[in-house]
Design a protein around this ligand. Structure first.
Ligand code: AMP
Ligand code: GLY
Length: 438
């Protein structure tokens, strides 16, 4: 089979890496890909949101399955267009992708179908729902802090402010609704209760009828050790997350995942693809923080090295509405060993960051057993004579160094050994990835 992976991050590198191992895969393309992905797949210079360009390519190259990585492409309806063109594609259609593209849609669905989540109120610039910005201010003053202010639409992971004070919350509302820092994405905002507890990422494959869970994972969103500093795209992850006990896992699947998928179905919306629930494990039980309609990054980098089953087979089944095949065969098989992924970031990230720095040490690390380096923001360059190649940094998150170990401690130690062999100017990383699991 010929597979096209869409996207250019560490997540897409992990997907391409795992798909390339499938006995069904003859050829893997990635659009646009990155320097590291070029080692597993043929990278083609088409942007992830260029739907006509991607359609043309898939037709011309007789692609059998297209796997969509990023939410932006799903939100603009790439799956609908591929299906119209009778091309097989993995991911939810536009109406289902609203679960991530509109937090208002997600919250209202959760409220309607009793999915446990933080209590909330909605405000919009035109004054619908609970009222306009002034009403939001009054609401914040009345309810007090802490509280969480969320932009309705996609804001590149920056649309959530966990406000410790009333002033901070009002500032967040002002910057979203009046200063419009996220444009239309924050015409409507949600103000919700601040939940406390540990976070976990629960991902499942679904075709609307069946649910096939992946192994649990935990992300590390803040830039500095001990969860200090600004939010990032994710500075590291590990799988499994031991805080998610078997009974909690079951409860999350029943109360959060199943109720959401069944709720969507009752609204006439079919969900096919991977569904990711960000969950807070509160003292009153697990509550949904948010949904993503795609694989997590860097969770995917920590989950897929543990997956023994054929990813491509599962994706084909989900995209065809035949996941019962996977369920009947007993679900997914996992390597019991824990996996840790440490993200190496560019100087300046998550603010403005440097690019074009040469990365050293990758050759040496590639010889280490059970270590894989997934590339997020890298570029491969060759010298004029095309004799030597080198990797340059080309993004905020640069590498996801990933390792398996017999224990979580061993996985952490081995991964950091590998990280220690890699360097580029300005490189920084968290030193406490996985610590919470010990
Ligand atoms: P999101 O951009 O929706 O993934 O949210 C980013 C992060 O904000 C989450 O991973 C949580 O750490 C935090 N967050 C979101 N909602 C809440 C909430 N209701 N209470 C506490 N933290 C939250
Ligand atoms: N790791 C968080 C995300 O993928 O949204």
């Amino acid at each position: 089979m010929r597979i096209l992976v869409i996207g250019s991050g560490g997540r897409e590198h992990a997907l391409a890496w795992k798909i390339a191992q499938s006995k069904l895969a003859d050829k893997v393309f990635c659009a646009p890909g990155n320097g590291g992905i070029a080692q597993q797949a043929e990278c083609v210079d088409i942007k992830a949101d260029d739907i006509p360009g991607l359609l043309d390519f898939a037709r011309k190259e007789r692609v059998d399955l297209t796997v969509v990585g990023p939410e932006g492409s799903l939100a603009i309806g790439i799956v609908d267009e591929f299906q119209k063109a009778k091309l097989r594609v993995f991911g939810p259609k536009r109406d289902a992708a609203r679960l991530e593209a509109s937090k208002v849609f997600a919250k209202e669905l959760m409220a309607k179908y009793s999915v446990p989540t933080a209590d909330f109120k909605i405000f919009s610039a035109e004054g619908g729902y609970g009222g306009d910005m002034d009403a939001a201010y009054k609401y914040i003053e009345k309810r007090g802090a802490p509280c969480v202010v969320k932009a309705d639409g996609l804001a590149a992971g920056k649309g959530v402010v966990v406000a410790k004070t009333v002033d901070e919350a009002k500032q967040a509302v002002l910057s979203m609704m009046e200063q419009r820092i996220f444009g239309d994405a924050a015409d409507t905002v949600i103000i919700e209760d601040c939940l406390e507890g540990q976070e976990a990422s629960i991902l499942v494959f679904t075709d609307s009828r069946e649910v096939v869970p992946l192994a649990s994972a935990q992300d590390h969103k803040r830039i500095f050790d001990n969860d200090q500093g600004l939010n990032t795209g994710g500075m590291g992850a590990y799988s499994p997350a031991p805080v998610v006990t078997a009974s909690l896992f079951k409860e999350i699947i029943e109360k959060i995942i199943n109720r959401t998928i069944n709720g969507l179905a009752r609204e006439g919306i079919e969900y096919r693809g991977v569904l990711y629930a960000g969950v807070m494990l509160t003292k009153d039980g697990p509550k949904a923080l948010e949904f993503n309609v795609r694989f997590g990054d860097p969770e995917t980098e920590a989950i897929l090295p543990r997956m023994r089953s054929d990813l491509l087979e599962v994706m084909l089944a989900a995209s065809e509405g035949k996941l019962n095949r996977v369920v009947k065969s007993g679900g997914l098989i996992w390597d019991a060993r824990p996996c840790v992924c440490v993200v190496c970031a560019s100087g300046g990230y998550p603010g403005e960051y440097q690019k074009g720095k040469e990365i050293f040490g990758l050759d040496e690390v590639s010889k280490m057993k059970d270590i894989v380096v997934f590339h997020s923001g890298t570029k491969l360059t060759t010298n004029d004579q095309r004799l030597t190649t080198k990797f340059l940094t080309n993004g905020g998150r640069v590498l996801g160094v990933t390792g398996l170990g017999n224990t979580i401690k061993e996985a952490i130690d081995r991964t950091y050994q590998a990280v220690g062999k890699i360097n580029f100017e300005g490189m920084h990383f968290r030193r406490d990835i996985g610590k919470k699991a010990i």
